[in-house]
Design a protein around this ligand. Structure first.
Ligand SMILES: C[S@@+](CC[C@H](N)C(=O)[O-])C[C@H]1O[C@@H](n2cnc3c(N)ncnc32)[C@H](O)[C@@H]1O
Length: 218
């Protein structure tokens, strides 16, 4: 495999060591779903963990990684990737000295596919998340939600995906601790949703990454 590309991340890369632990524990044959991938930094970590822990590659009981995003760079993303936020100016890709420069409106999916090329089991779904659907029989073992984090969108998304979660599935709610602090406009909806549902147990708090990890009890 080629060396790991330097993909700009809004938290997905930093979650890599945590993803590894839960993907190691995931029963074989289940799917991993990521909602909101940006440039695929978290996707890369999820895919690496799936490969490392034998969820793909032997032709039997294979898992897939389903990744949903509009894959169009907006202004905020361009600023972040250009280094005015947290990232170095110009991103070295694949260690070959190529530099990624995002432009507003750019279709980012070819770039993301390029980053993820070693992982043939990754399935990309490009489009507005309001219209997303997950069609799979075996169900979701790990779910990462890093888009539609405000209501009414968050609750709609969870109602759509929850029937596919297997009991014991692990859910990463990104920006959970950020939205907990921001009152109004449906921003505290993630905490309210898991509390009201009564079907989620907090496994881990990662306040430095603003992320909370839950187990779906079914
Ligand atoms: C916070 S970023 C994801 C960051 C990524 N998980 C990481 O760690 O680098 C949110 C992503 O969700 C996508 N997104 C937000 N709202 C969306 C919508 N309504 N439809 C499709 N994609 C959306 C954006 O395009 C963006 O890539």
């Amino acid at each position: 495999m080629t060396s790991k590309p330097m993909i700009p991340s809004m938290g997905g890369r930093e979650l890599g060591p945590v993803f590894i632990r839960y993907i190691d524990e995931m029963p074989f044959g289940l799917d991993v779903v990521e909602v909101g991938a940006w440039l695929g930094a978290g996707t890369y970590e999820l895919a690496s963990a799936m490969l490392a822990h034998g969820h793909v590659g032997d032709g039997k009981n294979e898992s897939s990684l389903h990744v949903y995003d509009r894959f169009i760079a907006d202004k905020g993303q361009v600023v972040k990737a250009a280094g005015k936020h947290r990232y170095p100016a110009g991103i070295t890709v694949d260690g070959r000295g190529d530099v990624l420069k995002l432009k507003v409106g750019m279709d980012t999916l070819p770039t993301v596919r390029g980053f993820l090329h070693p992982f043939k089991f990754v399935k990309f779904y490009k489009g507005e998340l309001g219209g997303m659907s997950y069609k799979k029989g075996k169900g979701i073992g790990v779910l990462v939600v890093d888009a539609l984090k405000r209501d009414p969108h968050f609750t709609k998304l969870m109602k759509k995906l929850e029937p596919h979660l297997v009991p014991g599935a692990v859910i990463f709610l990104m920006d959970f601790y950020y939205y907990k602090k921001v009152k109004g406009s449906g921003t505290e909806c993630q905490g309210a949703y898991v509390k009201k549902s009564g079907k989620y147990t907090l496994l881990e708090s990662l306040p430095n990454l603003a992320c909370a990890v839950f187990r779906y009890e079914g």
